[in-house]
Ligand binder design. Sequence first.
Ligand code: ISL
Length: 549
Amino acid sequence: MPEAWWKERVFYQVYPRSFQDSSGDGIGDLRGIISRLDYLKSLGVGAVWLCPVYDSPNADMGYDIRDYEKIMTEFGTMEDFDELLRELHSRDIKLVMDLVVNHSSDEHRWFVESRSSRENPYRDYYIWRDGKDGREPNNWASFFTPSAWSYDEGTGQWYLHLFSEKQPDLNWENPSVREEVYAMMNRWFDRGVDGFRMDVITVIAKAPELPDGTGAPGSGGYVFSPEHFAFQPKLHEYLREMRRRCFDGRSCMCVGETSFVTTENANSLVGDGRELDLLFQFDIMDMDGEGSKWNAIPLDVPKLKQIIAAWQGAIDWNTLFLGNHDQPRVVSRFGDTGSEELWKRSAKCLATLMYLQRGTPFIYQGEELGMTNAPFETREQLRDVEELNLLALCKGETELERAWRGIKAKGRDNARTPMQWSAGKNAGFTTGEPWIMLNPNYTWINAEAEDSDPDSVLNYYRALIALRNATPALLRGDWRELLPENKQVVAYARELEGEKYTVLCNLSGKAAELPFTLSELGEPVLSNMPSDPTAAALFPYQALVLKRS
Ligand code: ISL
């Protein structure tokens, strides 16, 4: 039986606002994406995850949807969307839409109705409660603001928002909400889309009584309380219902952004019940935060190895990624940007260690060029609601300095600067004024320059993807950890029906000794620098894939 298509293909995440502008308004759009599809094809990807393109007031850059069945005006029209879909399919590239149904925009028709009166039929589409002693109904903190509740003067009640106040949470307990969502998803499937990436899907069900959180209070005394909104029992009921109503009988896939998932509960989502096909877990993304996303401690290779081994052992099929639109740039975070040589070598090393594991790779736009964090200096340069809220809460210089350190290292705008196509005006992204600043290093980190350089990060990604696409053992083979005790080298074997590959990546800035010579493991099929088969060591950030002959 052929494997499910989402296991065999490499995904590429497009952040449309920053990918390619075709209209000159400084904002990327659908026709811009269409004009770059041959680039995606040349990279070897087989599926695109398209960040939200629905009508939105952009309080959270499209993750606040005002109309699930209309395209955001700046991005184009439904005709443009249909053309994008056709053009992708004609190149044998699947399209997976990003869908945000934990919450909508407060400008969505449902919420406008809902807040208009307590008797409105849409009132129960959202989570409204009376306050307690003139305060919020409970002590929950939100991801983006101190309190997860906002007061509505007009109707004298509070509504819940786990994200910004412009992102009210939908009430999944209400069967009408679920029916609306499933019908909408089915209309997108009928249009031809191949799947959904479901935003924060693990928080759609809340503990019915909405009890106070008991953890440590944060800003304003509010408590971040995932124990009452993540992985609630009803979650599984809803996901099974969604599976039945939307996915059964179609060859469409569902990947969940499964915040708070652990190796212990992951199989409740992707195991036999198959509520989701794939899940995004964030253990690697969280490992340098030490409790706060804004901290940035240096990469701990043994810890990274432990996370990789734990997840390879926990579920049959992982998603493989090191960044996305919510994370800083991969090479700035985990590699070495101190010199051009190490920047290039470490970018290639990180891709090798990640994308040849057992699972489905997800590459975030620009990562294949080795794009880096941007040198933001002023508040005016920032666009992300999370960063701006953080600055707004700062009292005094020390807090501001700490916040800026966090924003530079971990802020989401790092990943959202325009795609660097060329060394020309605005990096070839737009003829107008870009909506967010460009990273000035586009003059030398760009697709055009890298396309013609055989040693570029881009051409390495092409070779890596081609190797994976063509090699059954790297697609479907077992995964086995090697050198578990080594503190610098990530090493593993992939094996299928007697074919064996070894992946060796020195993820440190120092040479690493090996207990064998390279030639003992076979012939190199991919490497990021010349290697000596008689050596029993790896150079800093050296990556090597060997095939046993
Ligand atoms: O980005 C984060 C913190 O910096 C994450 O906690 C993030 O908020 C979380 O993973 C949920 O992300 C998703 O939903 C958000 C949206 O802002 C993100 O862009 C999206 O990926 C709310 O819809």
